[in-house]
Write a protein that binds this ligand. Sequence first.
Ligand SMILES: Nc1ncnc2c1ncn2[C@@H]1O[C@H](COP(=O)(O)OP(=O)(O)O)[C@@H](O)[C@H]1O
Ligand SMILES: [Mg+2]
Length: 484
Amino acid sequence: MQTAAYPASSTDQTSKVDGYMDRQPDGTPKSPPQEQKNNGSEQEEQKSVEKTNSSSNVYSSGIPAALDEATMSQPAPSASEGPQVESMQSMQEAGSAEQQQPSFSTDKPAPSSSEASSRSTETQQYRNTGRSADNFRDRQLRKARLVQLLDLQRKRIRPADHTTKGRYGIQDFDCLQTLGTGSFGRVHLVQSKHNRLFYAIKVLEKRKVVDMKQVEHTCDERHILSRVQHPFITILWGTFQDAKNLFMVMDFAEGGELFSLLRKCHRFPEKVAKFYAAEVILALDYLHHNQIVYRDLKPENLLLDRFGHLKIVDFGFAKRVSTNNCFTLCGTPDYLAPEIISLKPYNKAADWWSLGIFIFEMLAGYPPFYSENPMKLYENILEGNISYPQYFSSSSIDLMNHLLQRDITNRYGNLKDGSMDIIMHPWFRDISWDKILTRKIEVPYVPPIRAGMGDSSQFEAYATGPTNYGGTENPEFTDIFQDF
Ligand SMILES: Nc1ncnc2c1ncn2[C@@H]1O[C@H](COP(=O)(O)OP(=O)(O)O)[C@@H](O)[C@H]1O
Ligand SMILES: [Mg+2]
């Protein structure tokens, strides 16, 4: 969670800049075999889509079978919170049946000859024919209804005073294995001695937090996570501290990191990438409407729950932005927006840039400005030249071009319509946003775990770390961390 030093120091063991080397995809091509820099025609897109579909790359080499298109209709296990699952195909059929009756749950194809056409051209084309005018009206109606639904979610905030301070301690949990390591400590799988349920506890060593000048970020992480309430954001149940450490008790996301899944698959089919992107977009939309910028979007911080839905973790860089401007250089190099690298004040638009990188990385298996040399990476980001692999569809490229805009006044997500420009983009035309939000949608991949049993098989194995928590002698920094 340390603020990344710029230029990246190769000797700084703890910075996310160095963590960058861990991000290198196994056996992933350093550069794509065939690339395209411009948006293709619809015909080209058709070809590229066919290519993607027939490509064996995604489905070969020990990949979880569940990501095969053929098995994508597996229903998620039902549970108390489990939604009624519908297959993507049935959603699409439902969409065509609904065509007389405008609904925001299905996007009809834009009438434009190229999906890559700009929004204004698209609008113009809608206006040019009577039928298109209907489509345009439908679209506006769908949009308005979706905004209504999103508004409901955006207002859900947990009360400020539900603190567990002083009520629990590490003695209330059995500390099991390590799920992940962070800059300040570890994340452990634990089991409550009271209700026998499993949780993840993030442990931060107070001294390290102080030495690395991350006190404010850590307090923000606790504060923000304790207030947010969203289907795709992890729940923080409580925090406490011992003499040397801070503890954050969260839901255990049993399905592991999206990062691990992506590395196993090398890259995701468009349909899969779209699903994960959609869940991330709704979470970012929620955060931004609550004046929170996330600042660390990347597949390592996106976990899968037992049903295969995303849970965003790691709010170590999240910040409330009442003034709309941040100055701190933080994040993970591959995902840094150019305005952050050039040390300009920045805002929530930086998250939408990261979304563009995320979509690219899911579709290609490597991020767009990738370089082994961190300085070159920053140069690539500032230059902003992107080589899109041949197999990318032109509508995906169009969306990424709008997100990976160096000029934030042109960047999607940061324009007058906010996140709606992204949500209504043609790439998402087959996404039912209301179903995504309510989780009433079939997931592309259900993690193979024994749910509720403390199954950590989807996480890397870590050497046993320190578990001598709970000390009371010589408590440190209690005044600084008095909220914990
Ligand atoms: N709620 C959770 N459930 C399961 N694993 C988690 C959870 N939170 C974090 N982890 C694991 O621990 C890793 C590090 O946690 P994170 O909060 O991202 O720390 P850092 O800020 O140091 O990156 C994550 O990448 C993930 O693998
Ligand atoms: Mg992290």
